[in-house]
Design a protein. Structure first.
Length: 210
């Protein structure tokens, strides 16, 4: 992706933490079936030099056949995003030489896919994904709570996918290219006018305003 130096995030730890916090990725392939994109929840494992993603998808989804061919795929993980009005910039009152923009956080992952049609692998993946999302609940639901024959039937309708990450990029576009007064105005505007404390906090932390 287009990645100006001011917005780059090269820390693998930060990138991985972001994926874990925003696990719904947009999985993209370009094969004989043309360009395809699907929204798929993923689990990240700290294996290999850059990590490994594991997921599952419907067997009826033709994209898994593109993945089975072994061609490189791309996943995009999105986080906070917000429109930024020039009216929040101190520079507007000084020169009026300002324009709107959009702040956002994203991580792009490229990798080599392997399709898994082994029931034990798929069962482990759906169990791990469920546990990751349910663990914070007072009474977590577990796959074992459903009848085993029902789960077995559901599993026959899905395939597993493992993607070894070969390249990863992070972009935190949160007003770092503006001066301190403009960043303060953006943070205040986001928190006050829009009630967006998440993006306001990102602007403050990345801009050294904390």
């Amino acid at each position: 992706m287009y990645l100006p130096s001011a917005f780059r995030e090269d820390s693998l730890e930060v990138q991985h933490d972001f994926i874990r916090a925003h696990p719904l990725g947009v999985l993209m392939t370009g094969g004989e079936g043309g360009l395809m994109a699907n929204h798929i929840p993923c689990l990240l494992y700290p294996e290999g030099p850059r990590g490994v993603l594991r997921l599952h998808m419907a067997r009826a989804n033709p994209q898994w056949k593109e993945l089975a061919a072994g061609a490189e795929c791309l996943l995009v993980f999105h986080g906070a995003q917000a429109y930024i009005t020039p009216s929040w910039y101190a520079t507007k009152a000084e020169t009026h030489k300002v324009v709107p923009t959009w702040n956002f956080v994203a991580v792009h992952v490229w990798g080599t896919p392997t399709v898994h049609d082994d029931p034990a692998w798929v069962r482990a993946q759906i169990g791990a994904l469920t546990d990751a999302q349910e663990k914070a609940r007072a009474q977590p639901w577990r796959v074992e709570d459903a009848p085993e024959d029902f789960i077995a039937a559901q599993m026959r309708a899905i395939v597993g996918v493992e993607i070894a990450i070969t390249r990863i990029e992070g972009k935190w576009k949160v007003s770092q290219n503006r001066n301190a007064a403009d960043r303060q105005g953006v943070a205040a505007g986001l928190a006050g006018e829009q009630g967006d404390v998440v993006m306001a906090g990102l602007v403050a932390r990345r801009g050294g305003l904390d």
